[in-house]
Design a protein around this ligand. Structure first.
Ligand code: FAD
Length: 302
């Protein structure tokens, strides 16, 4: 459970809450509609940026580019395009970066990516590709003045030998030019707060924005968490126990759990939140409402 005893961060109660939303590129017409419904519903909350994830295959990548392009064209939102080193040469990755630049995209979430053969297998870089996320950041920096966000792992990356090694990698990414880290999701706030203390003790001062995942479906989330090395506390499993076939109650419980998590973090001075939306708006909208955000209706100038 979330204890209340850990060191509190300096209170910055009057600083505004800032949120960002992560979407994934849709695979079908139906998913496209649900994505755009979510974008339209969440846009009036004036997020700092909205990010679009990047996949391994060529067609997935095209969908990322198309989604980012549509956000630029049809909304006033600031897009952040995720980009990985996986299965592409440096030239190919550089071309993607240049294309984003030309399209007016100035923010990239730079990642190594998962092993092409699947999570849990050994990562083999493309022979002509960027070998690590740090190399990718250096490459992006050479191509222009981008805002670069990176990942951070409060429970360490599953491939890392130790927490210290993982934090050294984070430091290298910052030294290469990253200005914000977004965390892997977590459910126990102690995990994030302890990580923050460790990171700050190593002299890392950039924002480490907590990644929040509202639990749309407990089984799926738990299975994904296992692959990514995020722990699922027993108390969380108990909250969703017996609700497998009760979608309505599950949604109410999910909203309550996520609200409890973010409100606890605000009490500890956290002001920035990144939501893994899963392309669904309702839960995230409700949680943002509880955080005090209110919709502003704004139309993009013609
Ligand atoms: P990195 O920080 O690059 O670390 C990966 C591993 O390599 C770690 O074990 C690290 O210690 C090690 N390492 C890194 N550099 C070195 C070095 N120089 N020497 C030795 N070891 C090193 N995946 C996608 O495919 N598409 C996405 O859009 C996507 N978005 C994500 C967004 C966020 C916020 C997060 C947290 C993850 C995202 N992922 C995405 C998942 C991510 O690609 C995987 O977790 C991947 O396995 C690691 O990539 P990374 O850049 O996060 O990790």
């Amino acid at each position: 459970m979330m204890e209340k005893s850990i060191t509190r961060l300096p209170q910055t109660d009057r600083a505004p809450i800032r949120v960002s939303f992560e979407f994934f590129p849709p695979k079908s017409q139906e998913m496209e509609q649900s994505l755009w419904h979510a974008v339209e519903r969440l846009a009036p909350l004036s997020p700092s940026f909205v990010s679009v994830t990047y996949g391994a295959g060529g067609s997935t990548r095209e969908r990322t580019h198309a989604t980012v392009a549509r956000i630029v064209k049809e909304t006033s939102l600031k897009p952040a395009a995720h980009l990985t080193c996986v299965a592409a040469s440096r030239d190919e990755v550089d071309d993607v970066v240049r294309t984003y630049r030309q399209a007016g995209v100035n923010h990239i979430v730079a990642l190594r990516g998962d092993p092409p053969a699947g999570i849990g297998t050994r990562y083999e870089p493309h022979p002509q590709g960027y070998a690590t996320s740090t190399d990718l950041i250096k490459g992006i920096r050479r191509l222009g003045d981008f805002e670069i966000s990176v990942s951070a792992y409060p429970e360490k990356h599953p491939e890392s030998a130790s927490f210290d090694a993982d934090i050294d990698v984070l430091k290298a990414k910052i030294d290469a030019g990253a200005t914000r880290a977004i965390t892997q999701f977590f459910f126990d706030n102690q995990v994030y707060l302890r990580f923050l203390e460790r990171v700050r003790a190593k002299g890392i001062n950039i924002p480490i924005v907590p990644g929040i995942v509202p639990v749309q479906n407990f089984r799926q989330t738990a299975s994904f968490a296992q692959k990514t090395g995020a722990s699922v506390p027993q108390w969380l499993a108990e909250r969703f126990e017996g609700l497998e076939d009760d979608i309505d109650t599950r949604r109410l419980v999910a909203a309550a759990v996520a609200a409890e998590q973010v409100l606890d973090l605000t009490e500890r001075g956290v002001r920035d939140f990144h939501f893994y939306t899963m392309n669904k708006a309702d839960l995230v909208f409700a949680i943002c409402h509880l955080l005090g955000l209110r919709a502003k209706i704004e139309k993009k100038a013609a």
